[in-house]
Design a protein around this ligand. Structure first.
Ligand code: CA
Length: 371
């Protein structure tokens, strides 16, 4: 486990079950009182006690450590004035109800990824990842500088939620298979755990995408309930033991080329924070972003070495023609989704417009270096 070794982990001991119950039933906990938006008054004495719920299991490497580190840094930078208590998925609310909990004000903050809310906001998926789409560099260039973040927040506006980028998974792995994938026909009838737009692409390619939670994946693959699964990358895949349930480990993760993580904030509570605390949250989120991506790059490289040298895993590339056909099917899938939902279409067009300018630069740099 990585910890922020420069600063001691401060876990306030005074918060107990009463606070948790208040959060669930009254939607409030702590000493917050309304603060006028836009005032220059800084309430230096007031302590804001907030709660953050995440979509990750407790002890999920990096993804769950990141929000804990974020909260710790906010606490230190604000001299304890913004005190965020972090709960893993299921501890306070179920993982997939994080967005609703923040939207309804039952908690102030959430940490997850936007594709989890695809059922509610299909266009949110662009702020998570797009099959064959941009990697972390391009995604974050779009979000921070190319109008992406504004668009993202427009989508969440009706839900009383603000989104901030807070990290990126990097390029994921293609997944674990018990048979070799040599042509696109090998995907026909394949029962694979693969969520989101990638799942829709597999469906269009003749496969059978299946959704299941982290706790079910290993057993389902080991018992043959599913034929294949994608998960994250070497670090998380090794931790889940997927190398013991499947023979072939394919790359690259065409379906998740750079999954962005999000910090959700209840809009009314955000507007009630003094300006200096808002700035601390923004800067801590940016710092957590950098930590998350670099930690995953480091730990994935270590875990890949272990998988390929000690675990005898066969690490294989998807054949070029399979990749090309998946790319074509992806375009058809995205266009099909855009026809069904005007908001999806609007964000898709904005994403493509940004990518059209970004991609030539990417080609002259990372691609030209063979990266
Ligand atoms: Ca994944």
């Amino acid at each position: 486990m990585l910890k922020n070794t420069n600063t001691p982990l401060i876990i306030p001991a005074a918060r107990g079950s009463l606070c948790l119950l208040l959060a669930l039933f009254l939607g409030a906990c702590g000493t917050d009182a309304p603060v006028e938006s836009g005032t220059a008054v800084i309430d230096t004495g007031k302590i804001h006690r907030w709660k953050m719920v995440t979509t990750w299991p407790a002890n999920f490497p990096v993804f769950q450590e990141a929000p804990e580190m974020f909260a710790e840094n906010v606490r230190i930078m604000s001299n304890g004035r913004l005190d965020i208590n972090v709960f893993a998925g299921g501890e306070l609310v179920p993982a997939l109800q994080v967005f609703d909990a923040v939207s309804q004000g039952a908690v102030e903050m959430g940490h997850g990824s936007a594709y989890y809310w695809a059922g509610k906001v299909p266009a949110a998926q662009f702020f998570s990842t797009v099959p064959f789409g941009m990697e972390q560099k391009g995604v974050e260039a779009w979000l921070y500088h190319g109008g992406g973040l504004e668009l993202w927040n427009e989508l969440y506006e009706p839900f009383n939620v603000i989104a901030l980028p807070i990290g990126n998974s990097g390029v994921q792995m293609g997944g674990w298979f018990n048979k070799k994938i040599e042509t696109i026909a090998d995907l026909k009838g394949l029962r694979m755990r693969i969520p989101g737009l990638g799942g829709k692409v597999l469906d269009r390619a003749g496969g059978n995408p299946i959704l299941m939670s982290a706790g079910e994946v290993y057993t389902a693959l080991e018992r043959g309930t599913i034929d294949a699964t994608e998960w994250v990358g070497p670090l998380h895949d090794l931790r889940l033991g997927l190398n013991r349930a499947a023979r072939y480990y394919y790359y690259p993760g065409w379906h998740e080329p750079g999954t962005e993580l999000e910090l959700l904030v209840n809009k009314a509570r955000w507007e009630g924070l003094p300006a200096d605390l808002q700035q601390i949250v923004k800067q801590a989120a940016a710092a957590t972003s950098a930590w998350t991506f670099s930690a995953l790059e480091y730990l994935n490289s270590q875990a890949l070495k272990e998988l390929s040298t000690k675990k005898n895993v066969q690490v294989l590339p998807f054949p070029a023609e399979v990749m090309e056909e998946l790319r074509v099917i992806t375009r058809q899938t995205l266009e099909g989704e855009a026809e069904k939902d005007p908001e999806f279409k609007r964000v898709y067009e904005a994403y493509l417009a940004f990518q059209e300018t970004y991609q030539p630069w990417h080609r002259l740099t990372s691609e030209a270096l063979g990266k």
